[in-house]
Ligand binder design. Structure first.
Ligand code: GTP
Ligand code: MG
Length: 425
C-alpha cells in the first residue's frame, strides 16, 4: 500500500506541475520544478521536554545538538538559525571545559523562553534536502513549579505548547535518583514532586510520551550491567502511583520509552561532599544516548498512528487505493481526490497532527526496517519529468532519514530492553 501511496504523491505533484508550468515558459529565477510542492509537504513536529529546574534540559539540548549537527552516525543532521547554533555551541563548550570544576551553563531564566526550529536535513548527491522540521521549546523549569504572576504569559505559552505538542518528553533528574539512593530524603521528595507535576500534563495527551532520565553518568555505580541499572530505575519510578497509572493507561495504545541520557558521559563528573556536580579535570565529554529522544519522536508518532488505525479504517483505505488504481494514471484529479480521501481518513484519528499523518505514512513504509529492498527502486518517477524526479528523490531520502531515525530507539531497545515501558513491568 505504501508504494501506491508514494506513486500517488509523485503523480499528484507532477499533475499539479503540469497545470502550473505547462502554460508558460520557466523563467530563470523560478524555483526548480517541484520545489514549491516539496516545501509544502515538509512537516513540522512540535516537541516539548517537561522538566523541573535543574533537571538537565538545557544541557541535554546542547549535547543533543552537538551529536546531531553532523551526519556522522546517521544519514541526517540538524540545522538551526545562526544565533541558536552559537548559543547551543557555547553551552556545550562551557560544559565540556574542565578547567573550572563547577563552571556549568547557568539555569535558564523565564525571560529566556525561546522556540528553536531544527531542520532535519540529509545530503543526496550534490543536493541537501530538508525532510522535516522539529520545533523545540527551551524554557525555565521554574515555569512549571512557580506560580508567581510575573511569568504568567510565559507559563501560558508553555501550557499552550503542552496541548499542541506532537511529542512530550518527561525529564527526570537522575541527580535526584542518585540523591535518593545515597540516602538523602530530599531525593525521594523531589522525584515524587517531579512525577506529580509532570504526569498530570502527560496523562491526557494523545501524542507519544517518553521519559528521559538525565545525568545517567551519576548512576553508573548502581549496577555493572546497564540494563539492570535501568530496570532498577524503572522499578523506582513505577512505585509512584501517577507514573504507574500513566504507563498502564498508555502502553496499550502507544510506545512509552524510558531513555537514559548523559549530556557529558561517564567519568566526566562526580558529586562532591555537598552533593554538587563537579567536573573531573581533563575528562572528555562523551555524551550518551542524547540523540535518542528527539530521533525517536517521528517513528514513535508513526507507530502510534499505525496502532490507532483500526482494522475498519485500514480496510477503507486499502479499498480506496484499489479503486483508484483501476483509474487511468493520467487522471490527476482522481489522484488528488485519492490524496484528499486518504487525508480525510487519517483525519478521523484524534491526533493533533492528523494532517501530517497521511504525509508521513505516504513517505514512510509501514515497517521501514523490513523495506530496505525498496530503497533501490526508482519507480515511475525516474521516467517522468524533472519535477517527478525531484519528488521521487525527496521521498526516497525522506524514507532513508525516517529509517535512520527509527534505528536510534531500536538500537537502544536492543541494548537496554528496560527502555520500553509496559504495564507488566
Ligand atoms: N553529571 C551530570 N550532570 C549534569 C548533566 N546534565 C546536567 N547536569 C548538571 O545539572 C545542572 C542543571 O542542568 P541544566 O541543563 O541547566 O538544567 P535545566 O533543566 O535546563 O534547568 P532550568 O534551566 O533551571 O530549568 C548542570 O549545571 C549540571 O551541573 C549530566 O548529563 N551529567
Ligand atoms: Mg535550562
Amino acid at each position: 500500500m505504501e508504494i501506491l501511496l508514494v506513486i500517488f504523491v509523485v503523480a499528484a505533484i507532477v499533475a499539479t506541475l503540469m497545470a502550473r508550468f505547462g502554460s508558460r515558459k520557466r523563467r530563470h529565477d523560478d524555483p526548480p520544478p517541484g520545489e514549491a510542492e516539496i516545501q509544502a509537504v515538509i512537516p513540522t513536529f512540535h516537541v516539548l521536554a517537561l522538566g523541573l529546574p535543574g533537571a538537565g534540559k538545557t544541557l541535554l539540548l546542547a549535547s543533543m545538538f552537538h551529536e546531531l549537527q553532523a551526519p556522522s552516525r546517521q544519514s541526517y543532521y540538524l540545522s538551526a538559525a545562526d544565533g541558536d547554533v552559537a548559543r547551543l555551541s557555547s553551552w556545550f563548550a562551557q560544559m565540556a571545559n574542565t578547567s573550572q570544576a563547577e563552571d556549568w551553563p547557568r539555569g535558564t531564566f523565564a525571560s529566556e523562553t525561546r522556540h528553536l526550529s531544527f531542520g532535519v536535513k540529509t545530503q543526496a548527491g550534490d543536493r541537501v534536502h530538508e525532510v522535516l522540521r522539529l520545533d523545540y521549546l527551551e524554557y525555565a523549569g521554574e515555569l512549571l513549579t512557580d506560580a508567581a504572576d510575573i511569568n504568567s504569559d510565559r507559563r501560558t505559552e508553555l501550557f499552550a505548547q503542552v496541548h499542541s505538542a506532537h511529542a512530550l518528553l518527561g525529564i527526570i533528574d537522575g541527580g535526584r535518583i542518585r540523591q535518593h539512593l545515597d540516602g538523602d530524603p530530599q531525593g525521594w521528595t523531589e522525584l515524587h514532586r517531579t512525577l506529580n507535576i509532570l504526569v498530570p500534563h502527560m496523562i491526557g495527551a494523545s501524542c507519544p510520551v517518553s521519559f528521559v532520565v538525565t545525568k545517567w553518568d551519576l548512576l553508573s555505580h548502581l549496577h555493572e550491567d546497564e540494563n539492570t541499572r535501568l530496570s532498577l530505575v524503572r522499578d523506582l519510578l513505577m512505585s509512584n502511583d501517577h507514573f504507574r497509572t500513566l504507563v498502564h493507561l498508555h502502553s496499550a495504545q502507544r510506545v512509552i520509552r524510558l531513555i537514559p541520557v548523559s549530556a557529558v558521559g561517564s567519568g566526566f563528573a562526580s558529586l562532591d561532599a555537598s552533593g554538587h556536580v563537579v567536573k573531573i579535570r581533563s575528562a572528555q565529554a562523551r555524551p550518551a544516548y542524547v540523540d535518542v529522544p528527539l530521533s525517536a519522536v517521528v517513528p514513535d508518532l508513526f507507530d502510534q498512528v499505525e496502532m490507532r488505525l483500526d482494522a475498519k479504517l485500514r480496510a477503507a483505505l486499502d479499498a480506496e487505493a484499489r479503486r483508484q488504481t483501476r483509474l487511468n494514471s493520467a487522471q490527476s484529479t482522481a489522484m488528488l481526490a485519492f490524496q484528499a480521501s486518504a487525508r480525510a481518513l487519517f483525519g478521523a484519528l484524534s491526533l493533533p497532527l492528523a494532517a501530517f499523518a497521511a504525509d508521513v505514512l505516504m513517505g514512510l513504509p509501514r515497517d521501514s526496517r523490513g523495506m530496505a529492498a525498496e530503497q533501490g527502486q526508482a519507480g515511475p518517477a525516474s521516467q517522468a519529468s524533472e519535477a517527478a524526479r525531484r519528488a521521487g528523490e525527496f521521498l526516497r531520502v525522506r524514507r532513508q532519514v525516517l529509517q535512520d531515525m527509527r534505528g536510534k530507539p531500536t538500537m537502544l531497545e536492543e541494548r537496554l530492553p528496560s527502555s520500553r515501558l509496559s504495564a507488566g513491568k
